[in-house]
Design a protein around this ligand. Structure first.
Ligand code: LMR
Length: 330
């Protein structure tokens, strides 16, 4: 018979051992996203895994799930809040239910180029948006570039009137919905994973995305025309579950934040190259004609889409829009 003292000791020991085993377990970070590995976001996720596991050996393990293989659009935010996944990098178009101001990034023709987006994102207003969802338990850790959006369709799009009546796949964004309505086209919200099939079967006739997303999803196989329109931005916010993040040991969190910054700098340095390479690959495939716009033609698209800004000014805030425009002039 074990004495009570012995029992207490055994019990205390088993807790200590369990505690030690627990402390020695690496934190597993599941990082899910919807695009391919060979895209700016895919490369960033893999680099984050590499550096985190190199610099925090035995403390952190990162599992990357590309191509909607763990969670896709529509499910991933809920999964983050439930703790089933710990990091995501949704496109900035996918936050409207969590912080209306983030809709700013979808305004057509807002930023002249990625450098302007960079200036805004690293300024005070851009940084504040990273924290705009903390009341909903979502922390923004960093912005990441993909690139400027291009139009694609089953017919040549040179002027807004060419888009009239066509069905366009859009991300789940009210702004993007309005953008296509502004040119009298019919937007249809679809998950990224459904884009290729949607275009192939004619559920939609066109879409908008970056060169790297087009090429890695083989969109050029099912879209005979693309227009180099640079009419908007596809960038990302790397997000985590606030409670999860704050619950990490301080040294681990600090190192992960440093790594996050390094990865962001590297992704942003390479993003444009990756998109240009993807564009070249699309040209080389010979399957798609890429249409260049004259300055006059591009101005027509800008003018046709401009009313969208006014529609969302109330949700986004006029001051914020001004700050973003100012980034073009810096
Ligand atoms: C899309 O849904 O079109 C893209 O934003 C996907 C992505 O994450 O780049």
């Amino acid at each position: 018979m074990m004495s009570n003292k012995l029992k207490a000791l055994a019990c205390a020991l088993s807790f200590t051992v369990a505690g030690l085993v627990h402390a020695a377990d690496p934190v597993t970070i599941k990082f899910a996203h919807v695009v391919a590995d060979n895209t700016p976001k895919g490369q960033g996720a893999l680099l984050f895994k590499k550096l985190a596991e190199e610099r925090l050996p035995g403390k952190v393990k990162v599992e990357v799930y590309p191509n909607s293989s763990l969670f896709g659009d529509g499910k991933e935010m809920e999964a983050l809040l439930l703790g089933d996944v710990h990091m995501l990098a949704p496109s900035l178009a996918k936050f409207e239910h969590y912080a209306k101001a983030i809709q700013i990034y979808d305004l057509p023709f807002l930023f002249d180029d990625l450098a302007a987006a960079d200036r805004f994102q690293s300024g005070p207003q851009g940084k504040a948006l990273l924290r705009a969802m903390e009341d909903k338990n979502i922390t923004g850790l960093a912005y990441r570039h993909n690139g400027m959006k291009q139009l694609s369709a089953n017919k040549p799009l040179r002027e807004p009137k060419d888009a009239r009546g066509l069905k366009f796949r859009v991300q789940a964004s009210a702004v993007l919905d309005e953008q296509f309505k502004a040119v009298r086209a019919n937007p249809r919200k679809m998950s990224f994973a459904a884009v290729y099939q949607g275009l192939q079967t004619g559920v939609v006739n066109g879409t908008e995305n970056t060169w790297s997303n087009y090429e890695s999803q083989k969109v050029h196989e099912v879209q005979p025309y693309m227009t180099a329109s640079d009419h908007g931005l596809i960038d990302y916010m790397v997000i985590t579950n606030t409670k999860f993040w704050n619950g990490l040991p301080e040294d681990v969190r600090g190192e992960l934040e440093t790594i996050m910054e390094e990865v962001t700098a590297e992704v942003n340095r390479q993003a444009d190259d990756l998109n240009q390479q993807a564009r070249q690959a699309i040209v080389a495939s010979g399957k798609t004609e890429i249409i260049e716009l004259s300055p006059e033609q591009r101005a027509k698209w800008r003018e046709a889409m401009q009313p969208v800004w006014k529609k969302f000014e109330g949700d986004i805030g006029a001051e914020l829009i001004k700050a973003a425009q100012a980034a073009n002039r810096s």
